[in-house]
Design a protein around this ligand. Sequence first.
Ligand code: HEM
Length: 445
Amino acid sequence: MASVLATPPAGSDLQAIPCSGRNSSLEIMSMRRDPFGFADRRRAQFGNVSGLNAFGVQMVMTGNPRAAQELLMNKDRAFANGPAWSYFIGPFFNRGVMLLDFDEHRHHRQILQQAFGTTALKGYLQEMQPMIAERVAEFPVGSVKLFDQFKALTLDLALEVFLGLNLPRDEADRINKAFIDTVRAGVAYVRKPVPGGRWWKGLRSRKVLEEFFYANIAAKRARETPDLFSVLCHAETDEGHSFADEDVVNHMIFVLMAAHDTSTITMTQMAYNMAKHPEWQDRARAESLELGPELGYDALAGMTALDLVMKESLRLCPPVPAQPRMAVKDTSIEGFYVPEGTIVTTSSLSSHRDPEFFTNPDMFDPERFGPERAEDKSHRFAWMPFGGGVHKCIGLYFGQMEIKTIMHHLLRGYEWSVPADYVLPMDYSALPVPKDRLPVTLRRR
Ligand code: HEM
């Protein structure tokens, strides 16, 4: 039975958002099980903007580039990140930059930005390259779950490049596990610290991470080193503002989390697509062989085939599939009335498959990003895996550099395949991950 989310004020020409009267837990479960089917059903029933009541919070779902632009560009500052993202990940990623808003966000982002400029990126590449080459050369062969290989590698790289600490294996594993538990906690159904439950483990792990960073901060402040941790300890704005210890810890925890799952998911999708479409694996490999073993920063731009595969993989499976915001005053989206306190989300999973902007949107077709077709330019928010507006991903260049470097070494050293009828089974309950962790047959070349 359809109802409306809230009635627009008398005299307003805004429309009321249609809302399903169905049990909210069932709705959320069906969205997590099959987000594409869920979005199609909702669009057919309610149109482009619809609402639901999720565990006592009013939520509005949109999934097209126009709504994304309105929400993320946030022209009249009606939408905030903090209260919306906090609903999902708040206690675990408290005061990370993505959870800050308006002037405070701008101030923190300005300082953080210093860790993501071209000079810093070139330094990170230099640090990462030997470790990537060595670790990829050690990949096992035969039947291999590539998702696991990518995940272990990106976690270790994040510790190396961002922390600049040489951690013993068991300490690195302890920190990695704490990150995994904090991320998993965000999608717990039971959102209370019941001992042994996901929420409880998430809070416990957040403490482990805080203690770890606080314990290392004095040494980082004492001596500058070329890693994110050190940059955050020493960075200053033109006005001489710098981060307090608490800010450094909060940003480190958030950035490390933001950096590794997203890259792992992207590489897993790229490897899957190149296994299903070996002609693209061959094209990308030919470029990598030509470039030589060590990838320079300037060579990244010349990896045309890999770039097309990456863009198409990010389109079909954006690692951050939706971006939520909370209305901090009564406002509107696409001409619909949104009362203060409502969470509004934009789904790139849906925008990326909008047939108005992408031809045969369910098909793997990297050429759609080539200069002749340039479908990603059909609307400013048609292709938006890194979001948009003031919260646009700060790590987008770092992420692409890391992904291309790992894939470069993989392509040069190996070939991989999946059976012709294999389809990657996805779990969309948090960030989209393969249920079977992508088993491939990996052969050394
Ligand atoms: C393929 C890889 C990645 C994807 C698809 C991705 C996606 C995103 C998206 C969609 C947002 C915006 C969320 C929102 O507006 O609500 C975001 C924000 C962010 N990302 Fe990424 N990300 C990736 C890699 C990285 C990496 C490698 C880092 C760090 C090194 C990073 C750090 C951040 C940070 C700090 C923010 C918050 C920025 C702000 O609020 O100002 N991301 N990312």
